[in-house]
Design a protein. Structure first.
Length: 74
């Protein structure tokens, strides 16, 4: 997967999203998609199947809505 976001560190936040009991939840936050992905995979593993990792939302720092959705990294 290629990420087409050219930015300075801190310009965007990457939120790894999951599903738990029918609710969408944040599993990991990072300044890079790789870090958010890493934390979400750790969260999913330690939850014992209670939380399922879905995707990564990209949010411009200071905004309230996502600007892009990325697939979880392989």
């Amino acid at each position: 997967m290629s990420i087409n976001i050219q930015s300075a560190l801190g310009e965007y936040l990457f939120l790894a999203m999951g599903e738990c009991n029918g609710h969408k939840v944040v599993m990991g936050i990072g300044y890079t998609p790789e870090y958010a992905d890493k934390k979400a995979k750790q969260f999913e593993s330690s939850s014992g199947g209670a939380v399922k990792y879905i995707d990564i939302s990209v949010i411009k720092t200071g905004d309230k809505e996502k600007c892009k959705t990325l697939e979880k990294l392989k």
